[in-house]
Design a protein around this ligand. Structure first.
Ligand SMILES: Cc1ncc(COP(=O)(O)O)c(C=O)c1O
Length: 364
C-alpha cells in the first residue's frame, strides 16, 4: 500500500536541507584548509611500515578488537584498554554516539543534542541521521566559552547528548576546567562528550574526568597530529558507557593497514609527532602576532592548530588567496561566522607564503 510521494519522502526530514560534506577540489601549493599537520611522518616510519606490510594477511578480515593498536593507545593515553572504543576517525565515533544516545526523555517525542556553536559540522549531521534535534548553545561575541549560555540551553533543551569541543573547531575556543567540571558533575543524567581533537595543541585534557564521572567521555583523534590518512579516533569512557557504544560499532571499522600503521607510529615515533606539534604551536603564535599587525584582519584567540580570522569581503579574499595557490577554509555565511576564514597553521614556509598572499590580496 502506498501513502503517496516517492522515495525522497523516506529521507529523514532533518537531512533533506543538508548538503553532503564537500571540499572543492582546488589545486593548492599551500594547503591550509583541513586542520591537518603540515608534517608527514618521518621517513624512518615509512620504511619500517613498508617492511611490516609485507607480512600482512590481506585476505583476512582485520582484528575486530584492534588488540595491538588498542594496547598502544591505552599506553599512550595512560588508560585501561577496556575504556577504549576505537573509531574510523572520531567522525565515526560521533555517529556511533548519536545512534547510541538518541533515546528521547520520558514523555518527549525527540531526543536532543546540545553543543556550543559554531562548531564541528559533523555533530549536526550525526544528530540528523539519528533523528535527534539539535540545540546550539551560543559562544560569546568573540567566540569565547560562555558557561551560562550552555547551562541555560541544557536547562531548556534537556538533551540526551552534549558535545563540547575544546579547543573548538572552527573557533579555537578553549573551555576552562571549572566550566567542564561543573557541566559534567551537575548533569549526571546527560551523556557529555569532551571532544579533544585538538588537545595536543592546547596541552590540556579532561581525561581525568572520566575517572570521576560515568556520564563523561573524552574523544581523541590521531588525525590532527600527523596521521590523518589513517583514520584513527578513540573514545575514552568508563566500561559501562563504552560497552553501549561498542554495540553499534561496525566490527571491522578499522582496516588492517591503519591498525598496523597507527600502532607503529604511536609506539615508535611519538617523539617525532610531538616535536611537530611543538613546531606548529610556535608557528601559531607567530601567525597571530602577524595578524595583530594587519589592518582589516580581526583574529580570535586560539588553542588549536587553526586560527579563525574575520575580514571584509571574505569571499574575495578567499578567492584571491586561492588564485595565489593558498587554500584556506571559507566559512563566511550570514550569522556569527560572517566574514570568517579559517586558516590551518602550516610550516614556517607555508605560513610565510600565506601571509605574503594575504597582504597582497588585502592591498588589491
Ligand atoms: C572538533 C572535531 N572533532 C572531530 C573531528 C574529526 O576528526 P577525525 O574524524 O579525523 O578523527 C574534527 C575534524 O576536523 C574536529 O574538528
Amino acid at each position: 500500500m502506498s501513502d503517496g510521494g516517492g522515495w525522497r519522502d523516506r529521507v529523514r526530514a532533518a537531512l533533506r536541507p543538508l548538503d553532503p560534506y564537500h571540499v572543492p577540489p582546488l589545486p593548492a601549493a599551500v594547503k591550509l584548509d583541513a586542520n591537518e599537520s603540515p608534517y608527514s611522518p618521518p621517513a624512518a616510519f615509512l620504511d619500517a611500515l613498508a617492511e611490516e606490510v609485507r607480512g600482512v594477511a590481506l585476505h583476512r578480515y582485520p582484528d575486530p578488537r584492534a588488540s595491538r593498536l588498542r594496547a598502544a593507545i591505552a599506553a599512550d593515553l595512560g588508560q585501561p584498554e577496556e575504556r577504549l572504543v576505537l573509531g574510523n576517525g572520531s567522525d565515526e565515533l560521533i555517529g556511533l554516539l548519536a545512534s547510541t544516545f538518541a533515546e528521547p526523555r520520558l514523555g518527549e517525542r525527540e531526543a536532543r543534542m546540545v553543543y556550543p556553536g559554531p562548531s564541528f559540522v559533523v555533530y549536526r549531521t550525526a544528530a540528523a541521521a539519528a533523528g535527534m534535534e539539535v540545540c546550539e548553545a551560543p559562544l560569546g561575541p568573540r567566540f569565547e566559552a560562555d558557561y551560562d549560555a550552555l547551562a541555560e540551553t541544557l536547562a531548556r533543551a534537556r538533551p540526551s547528548l552534549v558535545f563540547v569541543a575544546t579547543p573548538n573547531n572552527p573557533t579555537g575556543t578553549e573551555w576552562p576546567r571549572a566550566a567542564i567540571e561543573r557541566l559534567v558533575l551537575e548533569h549526571p543524567d546527560v551523556v557529555i562528550i569532551v571532544d579533544e581533537a585538538y588537545a595536543a595543541y592546547s596541552r590540556t585534557s579532561f581525561l581525568d574526568l572520566v575517572d570521576r564521572a560515568e556520564n563523561c567521555a573524552v574523544m581523541r583523534t590521531y588525525s590532527k597530529i600527523g596521521l590523518a590518512g589513517l583514520r584513527v579516533g578513540v573514545l575514552v569512557a568508563q566500561p559501562a558507557l563504552a560497552r553501549e557504544v561498542e554495540k553499534v560499532r561496525p566490527p571491522y571499522n578499522l582496516g588492517t593497514l591503519p591498525q598496523l600503521a597507527a600502532e607503529l607510529a604511536i609506539r615508535r615515533f611519538s617523539g617525532e609527532l610531538t616535536r611537530h606539534v611543538d613546531e606548529v604551536v610556535a608557528e601559531r603564535e607567530r601567525l597571530c602576532a602577524a595578524f595583530a599587525t594587519l589592518p582589516g584582519v580581526e583574529w580570535f584567540p586560539t588553542s588549536a592548530n587553526l586560527v579563525l580570522i574575520r575580514v571584509a569581503e571574505a569571499h574575495r579574499v578567499f578567492a584571491g588567496l586561492a588564485s595565489r595557490g593558498v587554500l584556506v577554509r571559507n566559512l563566511s555565511r550570514p550569522g556569527p561566522l560572517a566574514g570568517c576564514l579559517r586558516v590551518t597553521v602550516g610550516t614556517p614556509d607555508e605560513n610565510d607564503r600565506f601571509l605574503t598572499a594575504l597582504r597582497a590580496v588585502l592591498a588589491s
